[in-house]
Design a binder for this molecule. Structure first.
Ligand SMILES: [Zn+2]
Length: 165
């Protein structure tokens, strides 16, 4: 038996004000994305903004549905918009924020496992990691470089080897 230990790395900024101007600007774009949220069931709005190499910003927001599984997270709305329309313009960074009147958000909102898997897929597709900013209004900001800091056991088919015929 071999025992393994995996360490992850992320930056924590006590407030938005500690961020550099580039990161601040993308967090503010994520705030703008909140306006597109369709969240009448949870009353929990999530906004995501991608900054591409060209400087283009792509917005995503959570889209809920009366048939619950038909909805989608803000991060994947933004990431799939990129994949379908702008995949020749690499993603440099993604910022995510949230708003609700129902709860107090004490810590930055982290993407779900499915969104992290999609983030990892696109990092592989563009052969470059994506800086991710998790932004809590009036609180801390967490930042990472690359999905593997969130999801070290992400699924990639290159862990599989074809059976010889
Ligand atoms: Zn998600």
């Amino acid at each position: 038996m071999i025992s393994h230990e995996i360490k992850i790395a992320f930056e924590e900024y006590h407030t938005f004000e500690e961020l550099n101007d580039t990161d601040k600007a993308l967090c503010l774009e994520a705030e703008k994305a909140l306006a597109g949220s369709h969240s009448p069931y949870s009353n929990f709005s999530v906004g995501a903004a991608l900054r591409l190499k060209s400087g283009r910003i792509i917005y995503g927001s959570n889209q809920e549905n009366a048939a619950y599984p038909s909805g989608l997270c803000a991060e994947r709305v933004a990431l799939f918009t990129w994949g379908a329309n702008f995949a020749n313009d690499p993603i440099e960074a993604m910022a995510v924020t949230a708003h609700t009147d129902k709860f107090t958000i004490n810590k930055p909102i982290t993407p779900c496992g499915s969104c992290l898997q999609v983030l990892a897929e696109y990092e592989k597709k563009q052969a470059a990691s994506i800086r991710t900013l998790l932004y809590c209004r009036n609180g801390a900001v967490w930042a990472t470089q690359g999905a593997d800091s969130f999801l070290p056991f992400m699924f990639f088919e290159d862990r599989l080897a074809a059976v010889p015929v």
